[in-house]
Design a protein around this ligand. Structure first.
Ligand code: SF4
Length: 255
């Protein structure tokens, strides 16, 4: 378990590491340079750098955590990558099924594989299944997600690099929406009207809306946003206020 700086989770668990890029949202994937850095530092888990690697020795880790955790599964990979064997995905699900004290958040861009394997998995209520969608071009990922029986289905529009036009077609089946801008060198800008239109659909349908970050200060239309400041309790990259408010809505869960 590693404590996470990601605003919408508590800890990360990586039973697989490494990945390959599959769409525009992957261009500046943070996991790639980080994996290579961890390899250079000599971490055994990252001996293969960013090459997809399964870690059976990680499977029992959730049993060692005290209390209830919100766990982001595979912050450094994609569990539904074609090189991850079906059997390994099933084992990860079995561990999640067997540790109901924790809530697990999974995010994938391999939504087609998710649909294909979904009926071979047990969907206990502590599993939150999400897809990453960077623009309208990959909106079909949401359709695949809605074909799963996950108790909580969510979308991460991060990095949002284009408008999303058809969220309303799916919103009734969604439990949570996250939006964030891209950060780092070369980051592509997020535009306020893209964020506003997603927020409006969420609020029209009472779906929790979480605005994570603008990504870079220069994308934030409010130069005085106090959350740009690293000393602010809700500091995020480039700030996270929208029209003077912070949106960190979450699905309601029971512990
Ligand atoms: S799917 Fe995720 S982990 Fe894999 S390359 Fe793309 S951004 Fe990185």
């Amino acid at each position: 378990m590693a404590r996470s700086n990601i605003e919408w989770t508590e800890v990360t668990w990586n039973p697989t590491t490494g990945c390959t890029k599959i769409s525009d949202g992957c261009v500046f994937c943070y996991a790639q340079p980080l994996s290579l850095r961890l390899k250079a530092m000599g971490l055994e888990k990252y001996r293969n750098g960013f090459k997809l690697t399964v870690h059976p020795d990680e499977l029992k880790r959730p049993y060692t955590w005290k209390g209830s955790k919100i766990v982001f599964v595979n912050s450094m990979s994609d569990l539904f990558h074609h090189e991850v064997p079906d059997n390994f995905i099933k084992q990860v699900f079995r561990i999640m099924n067997d540790t109901p004290q924790h809530n697990y958040q999974l995010l994938t861009k391999r939504a087609e594989r998710l649909t294909k394997i979904a009926d071979q998995l047990i969907w206990s209520e502590n599993i939150w299944m999400g897809v990453s969608v960077e623009n309208e071009k990959v909106i079909k990922r949401i359709e695949h997600l809605t074909n799963t029986p996950a108790a909580i289905k969510f979308i991460s529009f991060e990095p949002l690099i284009g408008p999303v036009l058809s969220l309303e077609d799916y919103i009734n089946e969604l439990d949570w929406v996250i939006v964030g801008g891209e950060s780092g060198t070369g980051a592509r800008p997020i535009e306020k009207h893209w964020i506003d239109s997603i927020k409006k659909v969420c609020h029209d349908y009472n779906t929790p809306f979480f605005f994570k970050q603008w990504g870079r200060k220069k994308f934030n239309i409010n130069n005085d946003d106090p959350t740009m400041n690293t000393s602010h309790p809700f500091h995020a990259k480039g700030g996270c206020q929208l029209d003077g408010k912070i949106y960190r809505e979450m699905p309601v869960i029971e512990f």
